[in-house]
Design a protein around this ligand. Structure first.
Ligand SMILES: NC(=O)c1ccc[n+]([C@@H]2O[C@H](COP(=O)([O-])OP(=O)(O)OC[C@H]3O[C@@H](n4cnc5c(N)ncnc54)[C@H](OP(=O)(O)O)[C@@H]3O)[C@@H](O)[C@H]2O)c1
Length: 280
């Protein structure tokens, strides 16, 4: 699989396998194992997904070498200080059965529970300093953030020693987040595109179906081509073997500038949440 390169030289496979809402146990194990067999080498999980143990079991059962897999997890909103962040990451690594992570992210920039307390600026500075420690120790080969808007990044950079290498945000047809993308790109921050199909809502769009027909591909392929055309790293999720495989089958797909422009403005694709208002 083709790769992007992060600012620290680490390479990252251009498409990742999303695992949100895949229940721990048989289902997550089966989906991740199938994805690895189908050729994915990049798996995206998170503490809050509750499926790290099954993801880890699938990695082990795949028989693939650790260094051939790119593995991401994310620190959840209830981690506020340095110590609880470090402890939670140790726990994640134990569940995943690994002794390092390829990418470790702060999941959300403004957890509801700290809005009236320590506040997001201080919380993010502390959690980030824990991630920097893990990076320096080699326990995370790359570190980054998720759902950060420009003001969250600007604040983080006031105290950060290391600039985040990745920002994982909602990027799908209809949600191109043009200004935030330009800001991140200028800082060398790779954009990972989560919910590249708007958690499935994209498939209800007649306009997307028409554009896909015109391009001679499926709606999913069109969305992934849109994402890659913009230099994003899409993270499609599926539990269907057929779709898991199809979402990797995009090698020869190109998309016209007109289709990109139309997809930028597509209506009805859901999934973006204001991180400063999110109820968790
Ligand atoms: N950092 C964050 O805050 C955050 C937030 C949301 C998501 N994410 C990450 O991004 C990943 C993907 O986002 P998402 O889970 O919201 O969903 P998504 O990938 O946008 O869409 C998944 C939906 O599309 C369907 N689908 C997948 N491939 C298809 C295909 N080829 N044809 C038709 N339908 C297809 C799936 O159904 P089937 O399963 O039946 O195929 C599922 O209903 C997550 O799993 C997670 O890793 C991160």
């Amino acid at each position: 699989m083709e790769t992007y390169q992060l600012t620290n030289g680490v390479t990252i496979p251009k498409i990742g396998f999303g695992t949100w809402q895949i229940p721990d146990g048989e289902e997550a194990h089966r989906a991740v194992l199938y994805a690895l067999e189908a050729g994915y080498r990049h798996i995206d999980t998170a503490q809050i997904y509750g499926n790290e143990a099954s993801v880890g079991q699938a990695l082990a059962d795949s028989g693939l070498a650790r260094e051939d897999i790119f593995l991401t997890t994310k620190v959840w909103n209830d981690k506020v200080g340095v110590e609880d962040t470090l402890a939670s990451v140790e726990e994640s690594m134990t569940k995943l059965g690994v002794d390092y992570l390829d990418l470790l992210l702060i999941h959300w920039p403004n957890p509801q529970a700290i809005r009236d307390g320590i506040g997001w600026k201080e919380r993010n500075a502390q959690v980030w300093s824990a991630l920097e420690t893990l990076y320096k120790e080699g326990k995370a080969k790359a570190i980054g953030v998720s759902n950060f808007m420009e003001h969250h990044l600007e604040s983080l950079l006031e105290t950060a020693e290391i600039t985040p290498m990745v920002n994982q945000i909602m990027l799908a047809p209809g949600t191109p987040q043009t200004e935030l993308v330009a800001y991140c790109k200028a800082k060398g921050i790779l954009l990972e595109a989560y919910s590249p199909f708007g958690t499935g809502t994209l498939f209800q769009s007649q306009e997307a179906a028409d554009l896909a027909k015109e391009a001679g591909c499926s709606v999913a392929q069109l969305a992934l081509a849109w994402s890659l055309d913009k230099g994003f790293l899409p993270l499609p999720k599926s539990t269907s073997p057929e779709n898991i495989k199809a979402n990797l089958d995009i090698a020869d797909l190109s998309i016209s500038p007109e289709a990109v422009a139309q997809l930028d403005k597509l209506e009805g694709v859901k999934g973006w949440l204001d991180p400063d208002q999110a109820g968790f």
